[in-house]
Design a protein around this ligand. Structure first.
Ligand SMILES: [Zn+2]
Length: 279
């Protein structure tokens, strides 16, 4: 390494589905699985070398709600709950299974969404774990925030959120980007809506995490540079993009910079050189 750059790596993808796709070796060495059968996921994680896996476990959803009807949602990857008591039980069971976040499905386009009562019960039972909402459909991102969800699995893409809602989201909700899912390189209408929302969310001080929804559609099995380009399109600086790739929880600080010759260096197989000479 010359004086012109630094190596970094150990990135985290905050939205993957390992039951659907295994990551290839890349600077992404930490992943958050947002919806899987825990037992199968553990088996998959054991077989992955050099990748640290954390997970939500099963989707918590309404009876018949998304994604219970999807072919890719295997047995045990969805818990359908009909009220607060069942929601609490589902949340507690995922906590016992070692979940580091909880996932609720609020997709009113694909069927019944988790009710506000259910989401509030999951939040109450989360005991400080982040509650990640898949919010899709008119008003669902707003409802997720009002019910106390602390992360959105996707940048809202159904509709343009008004500035007051953007400000309220920026204050308390972390957004996982997943911009590239809207066209996978051929940006569609929803890509434009999401970019517009994320640009204003970022400008309002909102916290963004890199996430790709790896496995759901023709996604990239590793580091998705199109996602990075989309974040740049939203106005994030290089340093801010690096921060979205942080391996740590939002409260635990920034990205990792590795220097050759230091004790951790030999372990950074997937490190990438950030060239600072070009700009
Ligand atoms: Zn997903």
């Amino acid at each position: 390494m010359g004086a012109e750059g630094f190596y970094t790596g150990g990135f985290r993808d905050w939205h993957v589905h390992l039951e659907l796709m295994r990551p290839e070796p890349s600077p992404v060495t930490r992943v958050l699985d947002l919806g899987s059968n825990v037992e199968r996921l553990r088996g998959i994680a054991d077989g992955l070398r050099g990748v640290t896996v954390s997970y939500a476990g099963a989707f918590i959803t309404a009876p018949g709600g998304y994604p219970s009807d999807r072919s890719w949602a295997g047995a045990g990857s969805v818990i359908e709950v009909d009220g607060a008591a069942a929601a609490r039980e589902a949340a507690l069971s995922m906590r016992e299974e070692g979940a580091s976040v909880l996932k609720v499905a609020m997709n009113s386009i694909a069927g019944p969404a988790a009710s506000s009562e259910v989401v509030r019960a999951v939040v109450a039972a989360a005991a400080g774990l982040p509650v990640v909402a898949h919010a899709e459909g008119p008003g669902e991102a707003q409802r997720a925030r009002e019910c106390g969800a602390t992360m959105l699995a996707h940048t809202p893409f159904t509709e343009r959120l008004d500035d007051a809602e953007i400000a309220a989201q920026a204050e308390r909700v972390v957004w996982i980007s997943t911009l590239d899912i809207h066209g996978w390189g051929t940006p569609d209408n929803e890509f434009g809506i999401a970019v517009d929302n994320l640009r204003r969310f970022h400008r309002a001080g909102g916290v963004v995490r890199y996430g790709t929804d790896m496995g759901n559609g023709p996604t990239v099995a590793g580091f998705n540079t199109r996602e990075i380009a989309a974040l740049a399109e939203c106005g994030l600086s290089r340093a801010e993009i690096l921060a979205t790739l942080t391996p740590a929880a939002p409260a635990q600080g920034g990205p990792v910079v590795f220097v050759p010759g230091t004790p951790e260096w030999p372990y950074v197989a997937g490190a990438v050189l950030v060239d600072t000479a070009a700009h």
